[in-house]
Design a protein around this ligand. Structure first.
Ligand SMILES: C[S@@+](CC[C@H](N)C(=O)[O-])C[C@H]1O[C@@H](n2cnc3c(N)ncnc32)[C@H](O)[C@@H]1O
Length: 229
């Protein structure tokens, strides 16, 4: 990966005007997408692994890419079980060193995995969304997590949720969505990773001089956020 990385370009100059409607829709219309078989298998594997680890608190690294952040979080929080989830087998297969005993990487679609986790009453202590795909075209709002029908399940899991991005608007939109859905205030703040970057994308953006943004919010476990029907 090179140190030069282009910053996000988008016609949007602020949060998407359709965001409140998308969030309201996600809160009232059940997501009926069937669970993919490979994600069910990955969830079963992750559940067995968690059971073997006893009562260790869970840290979810959602969209972990090559799993560097999963490794680093596992080292930083040795008493926790750190689970990295990504849909890309290619990224997950890259060699980034031995996985600590308290870490596991699984290939799964988060749209299904989050809902399975909520159904199984998982309550992550920490939940990371590190540099999610920005989908900067205005027409792609529904592909960003804050505009996606799975948003209520992400928030309902609860815990300390941290989002990082090199696109300020992404984080601002997510903050608005959090507050609309949960009533909990969430602020966007500038973020400087220092030498201890958590992910390859973070390193790449930082090394090319881009500003980074994040949001950290403590959320209650609230399965009632997800519409049923
Ligand atoms: C821009 S990369 C960031 C990866 C990593 N967090 C980092 O910062 O280096 C976004 C990651 O999200 C993953 N991803 C996107 N949508 C996903 C989904 N529905 N389920 C699982 N992973 C997904 C992609 O495969 C990709 O690895």
């Amino acid at each position: 990966m090179t140190a030069r990385s282009r910053s996000i370009t988008s016609r949007q100059t602020g949060p998407h005007e359709d965001l409140p409607r998308r969030v309201a829709r996600a809160l009232t219309h059940p997501l009926r997408k069937p669970f993919a078989a490979h994600t069910r298998e990955a969830f079963a594997e992750a559940s067995d692994w968690r059971e073997r680890r006893g009562t260790a608190p869970l840290i979810l690294d959602a969209g972990c890419g090559v799993g560097l952040s999963t490794r680093r979080l596992a080292e930083r929080f040795p008493d926790c079980s750190v689970l990295g989830v990504d849909r890309s087998a290619d990224r997950l297969s890259r060699d980034h060193g031995r996985l600590p005993d308290n870490a596991l990487l699984v290939r799964a679609d988060l749209v299904d995995f989050w809902r399975l986790a909520l159904d199984a009453d998982w309550r992550p202590q920490r939940h990371y969304l590190l540099y999610p795909n920005p989908y900067p075209k205005a027409a792609h709002l529904k592909m960003r997590w804050q505009g996606h029908p799975v948003l209520p399940a992400i928030l309902a899991l609860g815990g300390r949720l941290e989002l990082r991005s090199n696109w300020r608007i992404y984080v601002e939109e997510f903050a608005l969505a959090v507050t609309q859905a949960t009533g909990v205030a969430a602020a966007t703040e500038p973020f400087a990773p220092g030498p201890d970057y958590l992910t390859p994308f973070e390193q790449k953006y930082h090394a090319s001089g881009q500003a980074l943004w994040r949001l950290v919010v403590e959320l209650p476990h609230a399965p009632g956020l997800v519409p049923v029907g």
